[in-house]
Design a binder for this molecule. Sequence first.
Ligand code: CA
Length: 231
Amino acid sequence: MARILVVEDEPDLRAVLDFNLREAGHDVLSAERGTDGLSIARSQRPDLILLDLMLPDVAGTEVCRALKTDSATRAIPIVMVTARAEEIDKVVGFELGADDYVTKPFSVRELTLRVRAILRRADSPAPPAATVEFGSLRIDRDAHRVWVAEGEVDLTALEFKLLWTLFERRNRVQSRGALLGHVWGFESRISTRTVDAHVKRLREKLGAAREYIETVRGVGYRFADSPPGGG
Ligand code: CA
């Protein structure tokens, strides 16, 4: 199915991941140290990397940064594996371009489903269609127009960009810092509180579709994977 690199120094966890990912039909490569993980990623080009944050040699965030700043490995999705106490590192991870994260202890089933979702996304990039629909929300990307339940919503250019950024990365948590980078530009000196203010305003304007933008406590925001009720 896919080739997955597991960078994890805890032997038990590595064995569990290895077993379950193989059960799910994947090829599994594994590394105990960050530097080994980096060289395997560069030489083997896995389809996805599960990256522990606390590694014996270098921090997972450094491995992530190295992978995401190298054009040869930039496109490989990275799922950060963190412990709860590592919240700050997790946010840094997203700013470095990690695609998702799981928190220890995690259910193997949840992890396998997340891996599958990310691989599916990587496999089928968003269709070029100008208009996309999501529940009661309809977005015309080229015309920068948005409708909720057939009523047009008047968004500023910035609000549109914020909505599109969240929508395009749906089911993936976006930290305030990452949103600042994508929507306002990394050079921006605007505070992350500005992000909250704009999300609040955007939600107000979206009315019934506001619930599609979820708050992820301590991290940022996430656009829902599918509209509630499956519609
Ligand atoms: Ca560890």
